[in-house]
Ligand binder design. Sequence first.
Ligand SMILES: Nc1ncnc2c1ncn2[C@@H]1O[C@H](COP(=O)(O)OP(=O)(O)O)[C@@H](O)[C@H]1O
Ligand SMILES: Cc1ncc(COP(=O)(O)O)c(N)n1
Length: 263
Amino acid sequence: MIPNVLTVAGSDSGGGAGIQADLKTMLALGVHGMSVITAVTAQNSLGVQGAWELPVEAVRAQYRSVVDDIGVQAVKTGMLASAELVETVAELIAGTDAPAVVDPVGVSKHGDPLLAASALDSVRTKLLPVATVATPNLDEVAQLTGVRVESEGELRRAAEAVLAYGPRWVLIKGGHLPGDAVDLLTDGSEEHWLRAPRHDNRHTHGTGCTLASAIAAQLARGRAVPEAVAAAKEYVTGAVAAGFALGEGIGPVDHGWRFRGDA
Ligand SMILES: Nc1ncnc2c1ncn2[C@@H]1O[C@H](COP(=O)(O)OP(=O)(O)O)[C@@H](O)[C@H]1O
Ligand SMILES: Cc1ncc(COP(=O)(O)O)c(N)n1
């Protein structure tokens, strides 16, 4: 049976991040991707030109339509825009019997805000506690916990600060540090360091969305969290290596890198 995976996230008109990145990743990893759209962004390689969130009822209705009829083996969350949407999605996830990968999206690669400052507290107290795996980048760690990471040695302190909010596992993404692309996965007792060579490619739009969706796809296929994250890291590393120029700014990673004859 092909597992079903649901992404609850924002639309990126440029097709590199958000819902579009999530569904492409799911296809590439052999699962059936489904979506609950929380917001629509007008976005391209240069930045976010506009963003409109959907009403809470629209988000709730999409979620119920998918979960009640089709069923899900894993859920992934991305851009949730407002406190109201964060709280609604946290409540929906709490009532769903499937692992949840929470990517606490705060700002885009260009620095455009994708989450209201007033929603941070709801992320900390409502969303992180229902996460099977939370996947913050270093800016999101700083926003949520106040911990600023400037070197690999400080990733453990960041992980402890996020775990204090209650996710089962946390994956701290060190993609913004210089040197190797090093991430730390821990549940507070086990530690797994995921190290990949840094690809000198500026086309990294959508890396976080891609990684979180890949983890959700692997969990839906029945893998345990450490194995799911390791397989997802391998997929995103290949996608960054194959990332391509699109528009005048930061291009997307290549979700289809494994299908290309020349990849
Ligand atoms: N230039 C790069 N080369 C290889 N891996 C990278 C590169 N940039 C980011 N990554 C990896 O991509 C994943 C997403 O990380 P990051 O870019 O920090 O997330 P976000 O998109 O949320 O800012 C992580 O596994 C990170 O280590
Ligand atoms: C709709 C949406 N969701 C998430 C991101 C984050 O992706 P990135 O950090 O690569 O800009 C984005 N830019 N747009």
